[in-house]
Each structure stands twice: as structure tokens, then as C-alpha cells.
Design a protein around this ligand. Structure first.
Ligand SMILES: O=C([O-])CC(=O)C(=O)O
Ligand SMILES: [Mg+2]
Length: 324
């Protein structure tokens, strides 16, 4: 059992899928470490959550003891904080209170502040969406990730034109590309769509306005994914994408699933993660780290404002909102 445990520990990480039995034990172990860090009665909580028998708990405790005493202690503690929820498929539903707290906490933070905050908790290599994904125009948006995944459409495409084609398009939007996540949108959502890099205008001048009415704050895609961009820009809809597309959905893409982990620009985005986007790009904060990251991000922002305020004064410039 010990050997299996050690093998398991070797593969803790964001994207690892652990075998079930091992996964339960790993979670128990992770929880124990977290409980210790927070001074909570660990055995009781592990028992409550996982229903482990006491002999398993003892084993887990023993392993923790060995590791925390050893040189891997810090690294593993870090993995516990960042990795725990990544072994499961989705997130628990976020309460309205947590959502509002996070939106408030992140509303004034810049991408760079959040990037720094992530570094401060040891997440240097994680969270920054690839720089090829750019804003349509200089703007900013902060929100809670609502995710959906699409796949390239492989066919068939009937050989019909004109009115018959209109009928087929109606069928397509109903059966193949019905965007069901659109009905779930809540105030403060950041819509993150993995469109598999397909050149398709899933979002446009119309549906983005409808989703805005429902509370969408911004959009992130790894396509395309956006068209009608003259109006979208005029309407002030914040979108970050790799490129602009012309075509409609039909015969190009099909809806696959929603509220599931997706990958955009090299970052795994889970429903409930915090997404911050501005002219510097997009950064994603895992939900479980969001409060801690915000603390250090605000420290950075305060430092920036104080520094620039002094320089503004030396330069004889009028103070603006960015230094107040
Ligand atoms: O029709 C679509 O799928 C997207 C679009 O162009 C719009 O909403 O304006
Ligand atoms: Mg359109």
C-alpha cells in the first residue's frame, strides 16, 4: 500500500487523473495536510468526508509525517493547495456570496497584478493564457468562468440551397449547435468557449448582446469564435480571441458539453475560476486560490499606485484614477 501511495504522490498535478482507490487516499492525505496547516482536527474531517477506516487514516498520517519532515514537504504542500480540486471533473456550485466577494475583490485588479499574485503563491508557470489570444479592442473585464466545449463538425452537410438550406440551418441551430450554456448565464459570468481552434463565428453582434442582458461580462475563445466585430466593438462587448471569423456555426462546429474543464491558450479553465482580462491578455485564477492570490495582487496594485503617484507629482501631472 505504501508503495502505491508513493507512486501516487509522484503524479500529483493539475491534469493528473488518479486511479480511483488511490485518488481517495490521495484526497485524504491532501486534506490532512490542509487541516494541519489550518489547525483543524484532521482525522475527524477525513473520516467525515471520505469515510476512511482508521487504519487507512493511520497510513495516510504516516506518509504525511514522512513527507512533511522531508525536503518534499514544501513542494507537496503547494501541490495540495493547487491540485486538490483538479482531480475531479467540475466544481461545486459557487454560492452567490462567494461570487459577489470574488467579483468585488478582483474588479479593480489589472492582469499584471493578478499575474504577480499568482507568482506570490508559487504559480509562476500557470494561469497566463497564451499571448496569441488578444482583446478585440482595448478593454478590460473580470468574471467567473462559465465554460463550454465545442468540436469541429464532421458532417454530413446535405446538398441543399435556398429555402431548403434555411430549413437545415434551423435544424442545425436546434439540434447541433444550440448553445445551452446561454440559458444558464448569471450576473458576473466570463464566458469561456473552447471552440477547438475552429474558424467559426459562434458569437456575434446579436447573441453577445442577449448574453450581456443576462449578465455576461466578457468572452474568451481559442478560435475565432467571434464575428460581426465592427458592431461588437461599437457595442463595447469585451472579447479575447485568437482571430476573427466570418462564418456561421452550421457545418463548421458542434456543441459538445458545458460546465466542464476546458483548455484555452495552454490554461485549464474550470467553471468557477476567476478570469481577469485586459490589454495585457488574460489570466485565470483557480477558484481555490482566488482569495489568496487577490491578497498579493492588491499588494502589488497598491505599490504600483503609490510609486506612480510620486512620479506623477514630480512630473507635475494631474492625478488620475489609476494612481488614486
Ligand atoms: O448567429 C450567430 O450564431 C452569431 C451571430 O452572428 C450573432 O449572434 O450575431
Ligand atoms: Mg450576426
Amino acid at each position: 500500500m505504501m508503495n502505491r501511495f508513493f507512486r501516487g504522490i509522484g503524479c500529483i498535478g493539475f491534469h493528473d487523473t488518479l486511479p480511483d482507490e488511490l485518488s481517495i487516499k490521495m484526497h485524504a492525505w491532501m486534506l490532512l495536510v490542509q487541516c494541519r496547516a489550518q489547525n483543524v482536527n484532521a482525522s475527524k474531517r477525513v473520516g467525515e468526508l471520505y469515510g476512511c477506516c482508521s487504519s487507512e487514516r493511520e497510513c495516510v498520517e504516516e506518509v504525511i509525517g514522512l513527507f512533511l519532515q522531508g525536503r518534499f514537504g514544501k513542494l507537496l504542500l503547494h501541490n495540495v493547495v493547487t491540485g486538490t480540486h483538479r482531480t475531479t471533473k467540475g466544481e461545486d456550485r459557487m454560492s452567490t456570496e462567494e461570487r459577489q466577494q470574488l467579483l468585488e475583490l478582483y474588479k479593480d485588479l489589472r492582469v499584471t497584478d493578478v499575474r504577480d499574485g499568482m507568482d506570490w503563491v508559487g504559480m509562476h508557470g500557470y494561469g497566463s493564457v497564451h499571448h496569441e489570444i488578444r482583446p478585440l479592442f482595448r478593454t478590460r473585464a473580470v468574471g467567473i468562468a462559465r465554460t463550454a466545449r465545442y468540436l469541429p463538425y464532421e458532417g454530413p452537410v446535405p446538398r441543399v440551397t435556398g429555402d431548403e438550406y434555411t430549413e437545415w440551418v434551423k435544424w442545425y441551430y436546434k439540434e447541433v449547435c444550440n448553445d445551452p450554456w446561454g440559458q444558464d448565464i448569471e450576473e458576473g459570468d466570463f464566458i469561456c468557449l473552447d471552440v477547438a481552434g475552429v474558424d467559426v463565428g459562434l458569437l456575434g453582434s446579436n447573441n453577445t448582446l442577449d448574453f450581456k442582458l443576462k449578465g455576461a461580462r466578457g468572452y474568451l475563445t481559442n478560435g475565432g469564435g467571434i464575428r460581426d466585430t465592427d458592431e461588437v466593438i461599437m457595442q463595447g462587448i469585451p472579447v479575447w480571441s485568437k482571430f476573427i471569423s466570418q462564418g456561421m456555426d452550421q457545418a463548421r462546429i458542434r456543441y459538445y458539453e458545458k460546465d466542464t474543464p476546458i483548455a484555452i491558450g495552454g490554461v485549464a479553465i474550470y467553471p468557477g475560476d476567476v478570469v481577469v482580462a485586459d490589454g495585457d491578455g488574460v489570466v485565470v485564477v483557480p477558484r481555490k486560490l482566488a482569495f489568496e492570490v487577490a491578497r498579493y495582487a492588491h499588494q502589488e496594485l497598491r505599490g504600483d499606485k503609490e510609486g506612480r503617484k510620486k512620479l506623477y507629482e514630480k512630473l507635475g501631472w494631474e492625478l488620475d484614477d489609476t494612481v488614486k
